[in-house]
Write a protein that binds this ligand. Structure first.
Ligand code: URP
Ligand code: ZN
Ligand code: ZN
Ligand code: ZN
Length: 467
């Protein structure tokens, strides 16, 4: 007896859409075909008129992440529940490495912290220094199942930036042991240079924030990271790319045949720096900053051409947390973008935004949506074909999408329990109606029906440039 049949839907893989029924047994897809021939099942889900996508992978979240003195509003339970509502069945977070730490110990500690998640999880191994002890841990980290590394090219003052010589050492070891190294690419020197000059001129209002870290600040770091990777012979992944200039730099390297990959995030596709004009402009402060409409346009093109993938960079704080370091005066908080805690919520809204702004607006096909938010992330981060595709043998991680269902993004209707959304009031056509993780329905009829701790730590394979 099968556990589950999903009947009448159209399954969407990156390479094809086929109308077929799906048979699930013990958490895996066992066959595709006509339900009448698949056998009997304990439960049959009617997906007529809906699309069935591989569960989304969010390869960039920050839950339980101390940053600028804040711990973060979401833990691995609440963050993963929000993800489940957004069709996410796997997320990859980051270790909280500090100087002097064993990175392997941080990876193992993170795994314990993530155990309360309701969907599958992994972590990128963050390196904030490159001494021989931590470099020597890289093979064991990859062997443990964490085949990706995170490096910060900025935040020197916060103690997490890695210098170029350290980057080279990590990149070389990553190449040798099959890890995909990824960078937060902003030039620390250019950002600090601008911030000090703007401070002297009193230009620290929200609207001045993007001037401190303009596209050239991103381009300098992207270019340098690619060249350092090339020197070390390693592949490279760029986290949260935001600008046309950054994208062109990536594109040029790919045209030269260099294995460089990059992600962007929904906020860089959908929002512009005009948001910083609002009194509430601090809500939109994340790094890198929002750009202008031309950059959004370039990023959409990059997605359609398979140069980019899309993560959320969910880094959720309440409004009180975002403003907790702002200097106060008699009228309330004073504006100073350097004192705002960076980051916005996003794990739940990525799919609705890609459906509305991508599919409905004709910028992405459903297949391309699957490519950028599930299949290609699975390939890059060592999860394919267990995840990222619906085929016999794959895990039964799925999200059902009704392209005709409408919704509105509103903080009080999202599931993060946070007092704002940067998309407040946005109308969406196309909505996830059901999320299935390892063959178990976890979101249905607008309710969470999963189980705390049901997510599993997924051992990711070493990086192979085979996509
Ligand atoms: O502003 C952001 N993105 N906060 C999260 C940390 C990071 O740099 O990704
Ligand atoms: Zn970052
Ligand atoms: Zn981030
Ligand atoms: Zn979130």
């Amino acid at each position: 007896m099968l556990d589950l049949i999903i009947r009448g839907g159209s399954i969407v893989n990156a390479d094809a859409i086929i109308k077929t029924d799906i048979a699930v047994q013990d958490g895996r897809i066992v066959s595709l075909g006509d339900a009448a021939l698949l056998g009997r099942a304990k439960r049959v889900i009617n997906a007529a008129g809906q699309y069935v996508l591989p569960g989304l992978i969010d390869m960039h979240t920050h839950f339980e992440a101390p940053f600028m003195g804040c711990r973060g509003a979401l833990d691995f339970y609440s963050g993963s529940v929000a993800g489940a509502f957004g069709g996410v069945t796997t997320f990859i977070d980051f270790t909280n490495t500090r100087p002097g730490d064993s990175v392997l110990a941080r990876v193992k500690e993170r795994r314990e912290e993530m155990a309360k998640a309701v969907i599958d999880y992994s972590t990128h191994a963050k390196f904030v220094e490159a001494n021989p002890q931590v470099i020597a841990e890289i093979p064991a980290i990859v062997e443990y199942g964490c085949s990706s590394i995170k490096l910060f090219m900025t935040y020197r003052k916060e103690g997490v930036m890695i210098e170029d010589d350290g980057m080279l050492a990590v990149l070389e070891a990553a190449r040798k042991w099959g890890a995909l190294p990824g960078v937060h690419a902003e030039s620390n020197a250019i950002a600090e240079f601008h911030i000090e000059r703007q401070r002297a001129k009193g230009e620290l209002d929200w609207i001045d924030f993007p001037k401190a870290k303009p596209p050239l600040c991103e381009e300098e770091a992207v270019r340098r990271a690619i060249l350092l990777a090339e020197a070390a012979g390693s592949p490279l992944y760029i986290f949260h790319l935001t600008s046309r200039r950054g994208l062109e730099t990536v594109r040029q390297s790919r045209l030269r045949g260099y294995p460089v990959y990059a992600e962007t995030c929904p906020h860089y596709l959908v929002l512009t720096q005009e948001m910083y004009r609002q009194d509430e402009g601090y809500r939109y402060i994340m790094s890198p900053p929002l750009r202008d409409a031309d950059d959004c346009q370039a990023l959409w093109t990059g997605l359609g051409q398979d140069v980019l993938v899309v993560s959320s960079d969910d880094c959720t704080y309440t409004l009180a947390e975002k403003t907790m370091f702002l200097p106060q005066d008699e009228t309330g908080g004073r504006r100073d973008f350097t004192k705002v805690v960076n980051g916005v919520p996003g794990i739940e809204t990525r799919l609705p935004l890609l459906l509305e702004e991508g599919v409905q607006q004709g910028r992405l096909t459903l297949q391309q949506l699957v490519a950028v938010a599930s299949a290609n992330p699975a390939k890059l981060f060592g999860l394919y074909p267990e995840k990222g595709v619906l085929q016999p043998g794959s895990l039964a991680d799925m999200v059902l999408v009704d392209l005709a269902q409408t919704g509105t993004l509103q903080a009080d209707r999202l599931h993060q329990g946070i007092d704002y959304s940067v998309y407040e009031g946005k109308k969406i056509t196309g909505w996830p109606t059901m999320t299935i993780a390892r063959g178990k329905v976890i979101v249905e009829g607008g309710n969470f029906v999963g189980v705390r701790g049901a997510g599993q730590f997924v051992r990711r394979k070493p990086f192979a440039a085979n996509r």
